[in-house]
Write a protein that binds this ligand. Structure first.
Ligand SMILES: Cc1cc2nc3c(=O)[nH]c(=O)nc-3n(C[C@H](O)[C@H](O)[C@H](O)COP(=O)(O)OP(=O)(O)OC[C@H]3O[C@@H](n4cnc5c(N)ncnc54)[C@H](O)[C@@H]3O)c2cc1C
Length: 448
């Protein structure tokens, strides 16, 4: 029987190895610990949670909670281990981190179809394999991957906040592209007077920031500096950068504003908008406070995603990956987890789960059918493989958010839009599971 090599015993790699083994396939799982550790790791365990012990909200009205629910319905071994080691944390799914990792490691060690090999992998495997080496992939392997994807391997992500359309004050925001390019109305602009701009820059300077880890220090790309770094460099730097007002006229005054925040559609229907160039390391509570209080028109902003900048190795998923997560340039090599451009423990697990299903399909001579885009799993699949992308988008990693889901056909009633999206996701996942999963084949998946 063909053996699938899985490189990386983190969340995605362990999920993929267990799902494959429990669907009847043989796996060689290669993990570099204890021979080497990434700068973020503190133990030699598999499936280490390197920072928070929270897998975030377990409430399915949040996209992440829905992803938990879907993974449980798919009998994810990692979610089962999280549930088994859960600690009280309100509506969040938080775990006892040592017990969690120990349980996953035990499941791997006890699984007869998995051979666990410890050691650093330095080149890309030639046979059927899954690369799940995470945000801090060891350097030689990262170099080899970089070559395989034509240099499109990145080492930092720079994520800007996203706000929902209905939470933007349209009496302030105006639609216009710079110099009326394109169809003239591709961007929403939030105009500042000089006084408003000066106050905003002062607040950015004073706001609390997430401190970089030692291995992250000051290695920003000049092309995507965090807004607070630009603010620190001088009062006018933002006004000549992402907040430049050139080519724009505020219809309320008939004049060019002193500065603007530009918003770009995140989805074709414009249900949510990205703050262009607003990657930031402000802490999440500070982002909400400063943006709501000091950006005209965002007073009531509903943030679907908040900004981040951190060390992260990832490829350009839509460019490099086929629909089944295999590399277009090397069809025997599949990528899973954070390295594909998902962000977070649960999203990486979800990606590992889907990749295991895709590899199983390849081994069994079936076509991989991805989950529908209306589900949380499908929304992530669409983000990573490009089904949900528009030409010219800058690819950046993301957590699962409602902004990745297709909008409701009739726009949905504002008040219960999330409930409608949730009901739709549940129905679509049930249809998908029924079509792809004859009960007999997957009966053993699940339960760490
Ligand atoms: C500093 C930091 C803090 C974070 N905090 C959070 C947080 O609080 N919450 C959250 O949801 N997410 C957080 N993340 C993101 C989180 O790490 C990932 O979402 C998740 O762990 C990714 O899962 P993964 O399986 O893709 O990679 P990982 O879990 O990192 O697993 C990759 C595995 O591959 C191994 N490996 C790497 N290179 C090689 C090689 N060449 N040969 C063999 N093995 C190799 C590594 O040792 C590791 O065990 C953080 C990331 C970092 C870097």
């Amino acid at each position: 029987m063909q053996v699938v090599t899985v490189v990386g015993g983190g969340l995605a790699g362990c999920e993929a190895a267990l799902v494959l083994a429990r669907s009847g396939h043989r796996v060689r799982l290669c993990e570099m610990k204890p021979q080497a550790r990434t700068p973020a790791q503190a133990t030699d365990r598999l499936a280490e949670l390197v920072c928070s012990n929270s897998l975030r909200s377990d409430n399915p009205r949040n996209a992440i909670g829905l992803l938990h629910e879907e993974l449980r319905r798919c009998r994810s071994p990692i979610l089962a281990a999280a549930d088994a080691t859960r600690v009280p944390a309100g509506d969040a799914l938080a775990v006892h981190r040592d017990a969690f990792s120990a349980l996953v490691e035990q499941a791997i060690e006890r699984e007869p179809a998995i051979e666990l090999v410890r050691g650093v992998v330095e080149s890309l495997p030639d046979d059927l394999a899954i690369l799940a080496t995470g945000p801090l992939t060891a350097p030689k392997l990262a170099e080899a991957l970089g070559e395989a994807v034509g240099g499109r391997l990145f080492f930092y992500d720079a994520i800007a906040p996203i706000v929902s359309d209905e939470s933007i004050d349209r009496s302030v925001a105006f639609l216009q592209s710079r110099y009326d390019k394109g169809d003239g109305a591709d961007y929403l602009n939030l105009p500042f007077t000089r006084d408003e701009y000066v106050r905003f820059v002062a607040e950015l300077n004073a706001a609390e920031k997430v401190q970089p880890r030692a291995f992250e220090e000051t290695k920003y790309f000049e092309g995507c500096l965090p807004i607070e770094v630009m603010a620190e460099r001088g009062l006018e730097v933002l006004a000549h950068g992402p907040m430049k007002p050139v080519g724009l006229t505020d219809p309320r005054t008939g004049r060019r504003p002193y500065a603007v925040v530009q918003l770009r559609r995140e989805d074709p229907a414009g249900t949510c908008w990205n703050l262009v160039g607003f990657q930031t390391r402000l802490t999440w509570p500070e982002q909400k406070r400063v943006l709501r209080a000091f950006v005209p028109g965002l007073w009531n902003a509903d943030f679907l995603r908040l900004g981040q900048v951190h060390r992260n190795t990832f490829i350009d998923g839509p460019e490099a990956l086929a629909q089944d997560f295999s590399l277009r340039a090397r069809p025997l090599l599949f990528l899973a987890g954070q390295i594909t451009g998902v962000e977070g423990y649960v999203e990486s697990t979800a990606c590992g789960h889907l990749v295991a299903r895709a590899v199983a399909a390849r081994l069994e001579g079936r076509t991989f059918v991805p989950p529908p885009p209306e589900t949380a799993l499908g929304a992530l699949h669409g983000h990573v493989t490009g089904a949900a992308h528009r030409d010219g988008d800058d690819y950046q990693p993301t957590n699962v958010t409602w902004g990745l889901f297709p909008p409701l056909v009739d726009g949905g009633k504002k008040l219960d839009r999330k409930a409608q999206m949730l009901a739709r996701a549940r129905a679509r996942l049930a249809e998908w599971l029924e079509s792809v999963e004859p009960a007999s084949r997957t009966a053993r998946i699940g339960g760490a």
